[in-house]
Design a protein around this ligand. Structure first.
Ligand SMILES: C[S@@+](CC[C@H](N)C(=O)[O-])C[C@H]1O[C@@H](n2cnc3c(N)ncnc32)[C@H](O)[C@@H]1O
Length: 244
């Protein structure tokens, strides 16, 4: 289910204190898309109010050609209200292995292949590292480092680390993308797996866009509360009957 609020997330009065189990979001990066330090401060303070103690917030922030420090300034601002636990580098494309990226035309910079995903928590929040695990390359490490399964056997699985290779599907035109700055569904899906929450939990995306977070959460039988100011994304991006 999606509870969509067609308004700015600067104040989220519709969301009760300490009622949210997980935040997954991607704020506007550019001034012309609505970014402002004041908005980030206000949202960070609201997240601190609505999140339950011991929960996680994943904030994806893209890069700007003209202001390389903005994502880190934004993270530092949120870090005044929540604990900044980790920084995930999301590699959007591996050109050696296929995968789409938008080339830039520049004599000064190379094509940008990655974005930040900042991991915050309110208080201490455990993650399920092995939910995104991969097998050991050298099997001798299974007995050395592997963790025990239910049968007290060492498992051939290890934490894959904080660099995520998640490619966009290749698109031939802008029309094929419901939102110019959407993330692939795999991104919120990974955050949901790490959070390891029970069905029926509440996920908040204050910058819902085309509702990618809501689609991923619905597949795991979780509810999403979303805020979005652009009417272009209020219908059609997720089944309308899901809205309340
Ligand atoms: C980076 S996009 C999010 C894309 C989304 N993750 C997706 O996959 O479609 C940021 C979104 O925030 C919205 N937005 C900007 N300012 C906002 C505000 N004050 N309150 C709520 N939404 C806002 C924009 O309209 C835009 O759709």
């Amino acid at each position: 289910m999606l509870e969509l609020h067609k308004k700015s997330c600067e104040k989220m009065d519709e969301v009760r204190d300490h009622s949210v189990d997980l935040v997954i979001t991607s704020p506007p990066y550019k001034d012309e898309d609505g970014y402002s330090p004041r908005l980030m401060r206000s949202v960070a303070s609201e997240l601190n109010r609505v999140m339950k103690p011991g929960t996680l917030a994943f904030v994806n922030f893209g890069q700007l050609a003209g202001d390389k420090s903005r994502p880190l300034q934004c993270a530092a601002e949120i870090g005044k209200y929540l604990e900044w636990v980790d920084t995930i580098i999301w590699v959007k494309s591996n050109p050696f292995n296929g995968g789409h990226y938008t080339p830039i035309n520049s004599d000064y910079r190379m094509n940008n292949m990655w974005e930040y995903i900042f991991q915050f928590s309110k208080g201490k929040a455990k993650i399920d590292r092995l939910s995104l695990g991969i097998p050991y390359m050298h099997k001798s490490n299974v007995s050395r480092y592997g963790v025990f399964d239910d049968q007290q056997q060492k498992k051939d699985i290890r934490c894959a680390g904080n660099v995520w290779y998640v490619s966009y599907p290749t698109v031939q035109s802008k029309k094929q993308k419901p939102h110019k700055d959407m993330f692939p569904e795999e991104i919120p899906t990974r955050c949901l797996k790490l959070a390891n929450l029970p069905e029926g939990s509440t996920v908040l995306d204050p910058f819902l866009g085309s509702a990618t977070t809501a689609r991923a959460a619905r597949k795991m039988k979780m509810k999403t509360i979303g805020y979005e100011i652009n009417p272009k994304f209020w219908t059609g991006t997720i089944d309308d009957e899901d809205e309340v």
